[in-house]
Design a binder for this molecule. Structure first.
Ligand code: GRF
Length: 200
């Protein structure tokens, strides 16, 4: 898998830990960030992973995504995991790759930014996290796994985010395992032909 991130990288680290277990059906071959200073990138480097930076600034989205696409193909990636990647992906990119994303809410509730604060503002008594397949609409797409936490009367957005994050670290590897097990062959090569073609 290739992991795309923009920040802290705790979900990336959780995926890497899972991949290092004996029977896990995937391995991380590339960690790529659009933010050169993302702490997650340094963390990935320290974990001994291949890392790449594709800065989105100063280039149109098509060129930015073509560079990511080339890097993923060069690393022989079969599936992309978004782990706090803060760029919206175009329909072109989404059609080219199987992509998983994790979001800290019980989708379809609380899409977009600050979902934990959205949960508090709405006064819900439970929230959680969702791992889903990425489609062209942000924070939508078939759900692989959801897990719930209670929202406490004393919660702030930060305390709720911390409890959800701990769940995310269990949930993302489980969802990736599930996705791998659903593929007709271990390398998911039904996407390979499309990826071998160079973009227009
Ligand atoms: C996580 O809460 C994830 O659900 C969301 O972005 C955050 C990334 O955190 N999409 P980290 O960089 O993995 O620590």
């Amino acid at each position: 898998m290739g992991i795309l991130l923009s920040g802290r990288g705790s979900n990336m680290a959780a995926l890497v830990r899972a991949c290092r277990e004996d029977d896990f059906p995937a391995q991380v071959v590339l960690v790529l960030s659009n933010e050169p200073d993302a702490p997650g990138l340094a963390k990935a480097h320290d974990l001994g992973l291949e890392v790449a930076v594709m800065d989105h600034r100063g280039q149109v989205r098509q060129v930015f995504e073509q560079k990511i696409d080339r890097a993923l193909r060069a690393a022989d990636v079969d599936v992309v995991c978004l782990a706090g990647f803060m760029r919206i992906l175009s329909p072109w990119f989404v059609a080219r790759w199987p992509i998983l994303n994790i979001h800290p809410s019980l989708l379809p509730k609380h899409k977009g930014l600050n979902p934990q604060q959205q949960a508090l503002d709405e006064g819900v008594d439970e929230s959680g996290c969702t791992v889903h397949l990425v489609t062209t609409t942000v924070d939508e797409g078939p759900i692989l796994i959801q897990q719930r936490v209670c929202v406490l009367p004393t919660d702030t957005a930060d305390t709720l985010a911390q409890r959800i994050l701990a769940l995310e670290h269990q949930c993302y590897p489980q969802a990736l395992r599930l996705w791998c097990e659903q593929q007709p062959n271990a390398n998911a090569h039904e996407y390979a032909d499309a990826r071998k073609e160079d973009p227009p």
